[in-house]
Design a protein around this ligand. Sequence first.
Ligand code: URA
Length: 241
Amino acid sequence: MAETQTGSLPGIPDGAEERREALVEVYRGASACERCALAETRNKVVFGSGNSDADLMFVGEAPGAEEDRRGLPFVGRAGKFLGELLEGIGMQREDVFINNVLCCRPPGNRDPQPEEIEACRPWLESRISLIQPRVIGTLGNFATKLLTGKPTGITKVRGSAQHHTLGGRPVLLLPLFHPAAGLRTRAVAEQLREDFKLIPGLLTEPLPEPIAAVDDLEPETESDPMERPVEVSADQMGLFG
Ligand code: URA
């Protein structure tokens, strides 16, 4: 836990375009990340995609095979279902920002390991700090436990919004089942559809003013992940609308 300042974190620009440019810089750094052993087996880093000024962010678990191949989050079957859930509340993928706890695919889609989550945490923290979402839907156990800072499993906490401070700002976390679980079990899919209906109301709920907040994600203290820029193509820059 670490103290952060009110409003924006130090070094976080105020304007949406400036924050988008900073996000592209972070993306450049993440594209060359070797902070954990997943760098050796990944095909592409899956940094996240969508609206860089989104009020609504989703955090999933980790890229799967299709995401690893394309460098984009939630583009397989679970992603298709996530798109349907969004459409059910009148929203599109382009309206939101979608990313994961891990930027790289664990071999064979095994569970993320604690050291991988820790290594990838600064990238997620940077995305939250720069995008400044009001509502974060945590998809499944890994994102929920990391961002709530509590070990309580998703089945107990799903569908109840929680107030947290992330990226130096107040945010409403909405724990949700992972869409992949909804593909396996009809009752989970139904629950997800119900829980998604909470989102429009949460997006208009007033958030408390940030005052000398305690952040729930620790800031990076070692090497600066925003360093080590690499060349990225114009196509990749288009990740963020
Ligand atoms: N599952 C996830 O958690 N993330 C993805 O990007 C795809 C599937």
